[in-house]
Design a binder for this molecule. Structure first.
Ligand code: ADP
Ligand code: MG
Ligand code: MG
Length: 877
């Protein structure tokens, strides 16, 4: 059986997106709905796949099929390809399943050559039109198929306009157009060293190949990676007979939305240009008119178009983005698709469509892209203020949101500046490191000179929901003089700058911001999502402020409190360092005793905010050397306090050095070596729970104590025994008790593999998918950025496994952990707390494997709520 690679528009339908691409499927659907669509055919996405399989060539049988359909199109239109008497001209348009910027531009007027253009001119009695079409074709073909610079041709037009003393291309005469054609052909020949192809069939095959080729251009690859589109999908090609908008004053072209894509307002929204073709409207060649004005220019066409728009919206149950052309007073529809929209518009449209009875709540929930919510959750620039500002530079948009504050060049300076002035601060660093955490936390935004989208600054900023612009290569930072230079401007410490984490723009001035809230349509849609979803949504929060933010965004508990972040504050790092540098258990206990009240206070703060909702607290996890001083002066200070010499302290620091700290002395291994650390933390947690419970007798506070990095049930049992003994001792001491759970973070692959044994001790699992990914893949998050780029380029990986869970490998470990854990302990509580908890496609996976909840950073809570609801609709369980 030979496969079919080409479909007439009248043979397809809207459900055939996978095969015909979005544009092709919708052209077929509009044809079926009886709308005025110039006829044509679609070469399928499978032909694109074949093209790559066949070594980037189009197989002879596919080429033959294309020409068979071309013949049919000739019969349907009564015109002939390449004929002088009654020529058929076509457009060649790419169309992937999902609309994709970065793909090949459309070629119009294909089929013209020196003879055909004369025929067209005679037939239409319009020489100017004929040569205008021809010069456009040469220009587009050269650009798209041969990748000759567009600017070269633009320059020729500009020179011509100047010579003629005219402003607009519409003012150029037929003779001018004719001259442009020969100038363009000469330019083509000079650059390509051969004549412009005059055979229409050769033109057609050249254009189709160019579309297939463009599926693999760097822009398209990048876009696919950002939007989870697999490279295996391929693109379709649409070959469509031309409708001419450039035939004079009763012709034109335009684009319109059924609703306002920026606000969602229910009103036809768009623009058109008379005597114009293709993308003249968006290219800004002349100022277009608004769609309302079409009513005055051509009332009948307007009415017809408005009726079609309404019909399309009702048909697709969604806002449509349409393209049309008017040829001598007759309307042609060239495209319709579900329109792209801002997050705010998406919410309004989804709610309005429910109110209009057009869609169900489930459909509304499916209509909004969870990732897009991000843009609504961070402080926003005041639109008017932003419009008036001009960026001095730009870099990677590493973490979205808007930030405005005074520049500080170190984490310590940032903290100090806020304490002293109370003004917002933006932290500017070459790059950030773990000890900058506090400074990063208090800052409105972070700007770094080095590092990419997975640099420390970028990852931490996204986790904290702080705006971050990273890797600004143009910036020159003089840390000593406390100033930086960018875009010809010098900014000193304390000067105001603004960062746009969504675009990556950097402004050398203050721009007003407004905070985010969940209300109105946003609140309504999130309410529906909560009714539908089955996954619980918890948050990763280390401070009462983060916890409160997450609650405001709808979190139902804390899935991860990292206790180590509490040891970095100025008053804490010293006892912490003393604890680590202690030579004896006794010394260590003394230092821990200093830390205990502070830890207890931290936990009390969190329990207070959480009002009895679940709180999971992880025992100390990172390698100890992360806390140690690096500066000479700090080393001397701590040595003095401990009665040691600086040399002794340095020796200890050296002895703590590890070759691979990620897999070194960390996690529960610390509690095994120094049980007193786990004792102190257990005490702090339970004392805090008792204290807060006494204050609020109505709350049922059940702390969940989480042991990190266990891989062997015996080590977990050992650490658990410390926790239980400490708890019992404490309850005896104070004469009251609270319930608590002991569980573990499943992040060493061995823990997942032996989850049935681990569950004998653990009352809950939380999959720590960051470490689990590192250890399963065998590369670290901090280093992977350096080589993953090459892996994407070579198509060995399509996705960053730290952003989106690797379902096949790491996911299998999670699935296994779930099944084995439940086998031993059917009521075991199961969640995940890695970065993946806020990634929609990962959330869907966690729903499917049957976790009870996901935990993510506060600013991703709404994203996870919506993603969980979508997963529940798509995969009922
Ligand atoms: P994109 O995917 O970039 O929107 P399209 O394939 O929609 O590209 O083509 C861009 C524009 O070219 C259309 O909006 C339309 O104005 C014009 N165009 C495409 N095909 C035709 C055609 N057959 N007749 C007239 N104009 C066309
Ligand atoms: Mg289009
Ligand atoms: Mg971990």
């Amino acid at each position: 059986m030979s496969a079919k690679y080409v479909y007439l528009f009248s043979e397809g339908n809207g459900k055939m997106r996978e095969l015909l691409g979005g544009k092709g499927a919708n052209l077929a659907e509009m044809t079926n709905l009886g709308m005025p669509v110039p006829q044509g055919f679609t070469v399928t996405t499978e032909a694109c796949t074949r093209y790559y399989e066949d070594g980037k060539t189009i197989a002879p049988e596919i080429e033959a099929e294309i020409f068979t359909y071309l013949k049919t199109l000739e019969e349907m239109t009564g015109k002939t390809f390449g004929s002088k008497e009654n020529p058929l001209m076509v457009s060649v348009r790419s169309g992937a399943r999902a609309s994709m910027p970065g793909m090949m531009d459309t070629i119009l007027n294909l089929g013209l050559n020196d003879e055909v253009v004369e025929g067209l001119s005679a037939l239409t009695q319009n020489e100017r039109f004929a040569y205008d079409s021809y010069r456009r074709f040469i220009q587009m073909y050269s650009d798209v198929v041969c990748e000759l610079p567009k600017s070269h041709f633009e320059r020729i037009i500009d020179e011509m306009k100047e010579k003629r003393g005219v402003q607009h291309d519409t003012e150029l005469t037929a003779a001018d157009m004719k001259e442009l054609v020969s100038l363009f052909k000469a330019a083509y020949k000079e650059m390509m060293k051969e004549d412009f192809p005059s055979d229409p069939r050769e033109q057609l095959m050249g254009a189709i190949k160019a579309v297939f080729r463009s599926w693999d251009n760097p822009r398209a690859i990048y876009y696919r990676r950002m939007n989870d589109i697999p490279s295996s999908w391929g693109t379709a090609v649409n070959v469509q007979s031309m409708a001419y908008g450039n035939m004079g004053d009763t012709s034109g072209t335009g684009v319109a939305f059924t609703r306002n894509p920026a606000t969602g307002e229910k009103k036809l929204y768009g623009e058109f240009l008379m005597n114009a073709q293709g993308e003249d409207v968006v290219a800004g060649i002349r100022t277009p008119q608004t769609i309302d004005q079409l009513r005055d220019v051509m009332p009948e066409v307007y009415e017809q178009f408005a009726a079609i728009a309404e019909k399309l919206e009702k048909h697709y149950h969604d806002m449509q983005d349409m393209e049309f052309t008017i040829e001598r007073g007759k309307l042609y529809m060239l495209q319709t698709r579900n329109g792209k929209r801002t997050a705010a518009a998406a919410l309004k449209i989804a709610c309005d469509l429910v109110d209009e009875g057009m869609i169900t709540k489930e459909e509304a929930v499916l209509m909004v892209n969870p990732k897009s919510l991000d843009a609504l959750l961070h402080p926003q620039f005041d639109p008017a203020a932003l419009k008036a500002a001009k960026p001095i530079g730009s870099a990677l948009p590493a973490s979205p949101g808007a930030a405005c504050g005074r520049v500080a060049f170190s984490a310590a300076d940032a903290v100090k500046m806020i304490e002293e002035t109370g003004d917002p601060v933006v932290l500017v660093r070459l790059e950030t490191s773990p000890e900058d955490i506090e400074g990063m936390h208090v800052s409105q935004g972070i700007l770094t000179a080095r590092g990419g989208m997975t640099s420390h600054a970028a990852v931490v900023a996204r986790g904290m929901g702080t705006c971050c612009v990273a890797g600004c290569g143009d910036i020159v930072i003089h840390e000593d003089e406390k100033l930086f230079q960018l875009g010809g401007k010098t900014i000193h410490e304390g000067d105001y700058i603004s960062l746009d984490g969504t675009t990556g723009n950097i402004y050398g001035e203050a721009i007003k911001t407004v905070p985010a809230t969940i209300s109105g349509d946003f609140g309504r849609l999130m309410g529906w999502a909560d009714e539908i979803r089955q996954l619980g949504i918890h948050t990763n929060a280390d401070t009462p402020q983060d916890a409160q933010q997450a609650l405001d965004f709808g979190a139902e508990g804390i899935g991860l409190t990292r206790t180590e972040h509490m040891f970095f504050g100025a008053d804490r790092i010293r006892p912490m360092r003393k604890m680590i540098l202690s030579k004896t258990e006794e010394q260590r206990r003394k230092a821990l005793a200093e830390l205990l009240p502070m830890q207890r206070g931290d936990f009390e703060g969190i329990f207070e905010v959480m009002h009895g909702l679940p709180v999971t607290i992880r025992l100390l996890d990172p390698p100890l050397h992360e806390f140690l001083p690096k500066e000479e002066s700090d080393i001397e200070e701590i040595a003095g306090e401990m009665g040691l010499s600086a040399v002794e302290v340095k020796d200890t620091i050296t002895s703590l050095h590890e070759f691979n700290p990620m897999m070194g002395h960390r996690g529960c291994r610390l509690a095994v070596s120094y049980p007193e650390i786990a004792e102190m933390q257990t005490r702090a947690i339970l004392e805090a729970a008792i204290n807060v419970s006494k204050k609020h007798p109505g709350w049922k506070i059940v702390p969940e104590i989480m042991v990190p990095l266990a891989g062997e049930v015996k080590e977990l049992a050992y650490v658990k025994s410390i926790i239980v003994d400490t708890a019992n001792k404490l309850f005896d001491e104070v004469g009251s008790k609270v319930d608590y759970l002991v569980g573990t973070m499943v992040e060493v692959p061995r823990a997942a593999l032996t989850a049935d044994e681990i569950a004998q001790e653990a009352e809950f699992f939380s999959f720590g998918t960051n470490d689990l990914t590192q250890m399963c893949m065998g590369f670290s998050r901090d280093d992977a950025g350096r080589f993953l780029g090459v892996y994407y380029d070579k198509k060995l990986y399509e996705q960053d496994p730290f952003a989106r869970i690797d379902q096949k490998g790491v996911g299998k470990l999670v699935e296994m952990g779930v099944q084995l854990g439940r086998k031993t302990r059917p009521d075991i509580h199961l969640g995940i707390c890695g970065e993946h908890g806020g990634d929609p496609s990962s959330v869907e996976f966690f729903h499917r494997v049957g976790l009870d909840y996901v935990s993510c950073s506060p600013f991703r809570v709404p994203v996870a709520r919506l993603a969980a609801a979508q997963a529940a609709i798509r995969f009922p369980r």
